[in-house]
Design a protein around this ligand. Structure first.
Ligand SMILES: Cc1cc2nc3c(=O)[nH]c(=O)nc-3n(C[C@H](O)[C@H](O)[C@H](O)COP(=O)(O)OP(=O)(O)OC[C@H]3O[C@@H](n4cnc5c(N)ncnc54)[C@H](O)[C@@H]3O)c2cc1C
Length: 340
């Protein structure tokens, strides 16, 4: 039977909570899609597409059908003067793809090394790190509608990419099956992020492999190892506010770091700074907030005797953080992580 009942998802997401779904199946061939969607329709249950489970916080049993994307494969479609056009199945592991692309002298993804999850999840979230996001390489996405079951090829523009967002994340109505990337043949380092500045001082030109290794080193020193500590990375996106709001904040908090990037008129405020500088007081702070960074919400009981109510309690802490920051700075913190 391809669809199983009452399945544990504890080892299928990085928070490591004892999460369950009423129905569960693995998508290994695109031909299975109509059967799975018909099953959900006949049983009148919602569908949740699961990748690597690294961007979600479960708070209760999922009462529908979880389809875990296990579609694999990658194909070079063509080579232009400047780029390799590569189509990748959405169930491929993101970090392994980055390592593979570098071995094959395809560049651009090095700053996105070591981000957990699948290629599909990466496009849904428009992953970003160290001043690079995936959308700059995406030329096409193929997805199936969860409503009609029909296939659609999305151009870059139709994906409506935005900061840590896309049409697929905001609408929740698509199953992404493959992504086409145009990866440059010439390496152009992006070293604008301060911790990478050290690479500029080297006497010989920096290589993509060195950038990737440095990114991996920084991430290992800053972020918890999700295999041991439950987490979904940074919980909140950095808010983007108007210039007027930024000026108001600067007046009251002269030390607040503000950035004008992503080529927009908006100003970015680090969500971590807002949390750290709020008067949030949590009796059991270390139970929920990573000791090195307040933006990283953790489950320190991963692998231990923990119940799904921990997800609910974590959600309550998240709401408290949002309320505090909103009351004290007038800024809304938007979770990057999906809460189920
Ligand atoms: C330690 C750690 C560090 C992280 N660092 C970063 C970082 O630097 N930058 C960053 O942007 N993110 C980061 N993340 C978050 C996360 O790794 C990424 O968002 C990742 O791309 C999620 O992919 P996934 O396959 O695990 O998605 P999942 O968690 O499985 O799913 C996330 C959402 O996407 C949907 N989804 C997944 N696959 C598909 C699909 N094929 N079709 C349609 N919908 C789909 C799901 O329904 C869900 O709503 C980090 C997470 C951890 C644990």
């Amino acid at each position: 039977m391809e669809i199983r009942k009452n399945v544990s998802l504890q080892d299928k997401h990085t928070f490591g909570l004892p999460w369950k779904s009423r129905f569960f199946c693995e998508l290994t061939k695109k031909e299975q899609i109509p059967n799975f969607l018909n099953f959900a329709k006949e049983n009148k249950v919602p569908v949740l597409i699961l990748g690597g489970g690294s961007n979600l916080l479960p708070t209760e049993k999922f009462k529908g059908l979880v389809i875990q994307n296990k579609l694999t494969g990658k194909e070079i479609l063509k080579e232009t003067k400047d780029a390799i056009i590569l189509q990748v199945a959405a169930g491929e592991d993101w970090h392994k793809l980055v390592m593979w692309s570098l071995r094959k002298n395809m560049y651009g993804l090095e700053n996105l090394s070591l981000i957990p999850g699948t290629v599909g999840g990466a496009v849904v979230q428009n992953i970003g790190a160290y001043d690079v996001d995936i959308q700059r390489f995406v030329t096409e996405v193929i997805a199936y509608s969860l409503v009609t079951g029909k296939k659609k090829v999305f151009t870059h523009k139709e994906c409506k990419f935005d900061y840590r967002n896309s049409l697929f994340k905001s609408s929740d109505k698509w199953l992404v099956v493959s992504v086409t990337l145009a990866l440059p043949k010439k390496f152009t380092p992006v070293l604008t992020y301060k911790p990478l500045w050290g690479l500029k001082d080297s006497t010989s030109p920096v290589t993509a492999k060195q950038v990737s290794q440095e990114v991996i080193k920084i991430r290992r020193s800053k972020l918890p190892d999700w295999k041991k500590i439950g987490t979904a990375g940074s919980f909140f996106a950095n808010p983007r506010i108007s210039k007027t709001k930024a000026e108001q904040l600067k007046k009251h908090h002269p030390d607040i770091p503000l950035f004008n990037n992503y080529g927009s008129k908006k100003i970015t405020v680090p969500a971590g700074w807002l949390v750290e500088h709020s008067s949030l007081s949590l009796k059991n702070r270390e139970e929920f907030l990573y000791h090195k960074h307040a933006l990283i919400i953790v489950n320190n009981d991963k692998g231990g005797n923990v119940s799904i109510t921990k997800g609910k309690r974590t959600h309550a802490v998240i709401t408290r953080i949002q309320n505090k920051v909103s009351q004290e700075f007038g800024v809304l913190l938007r979770p990057e992580v999906r809460i189920f």
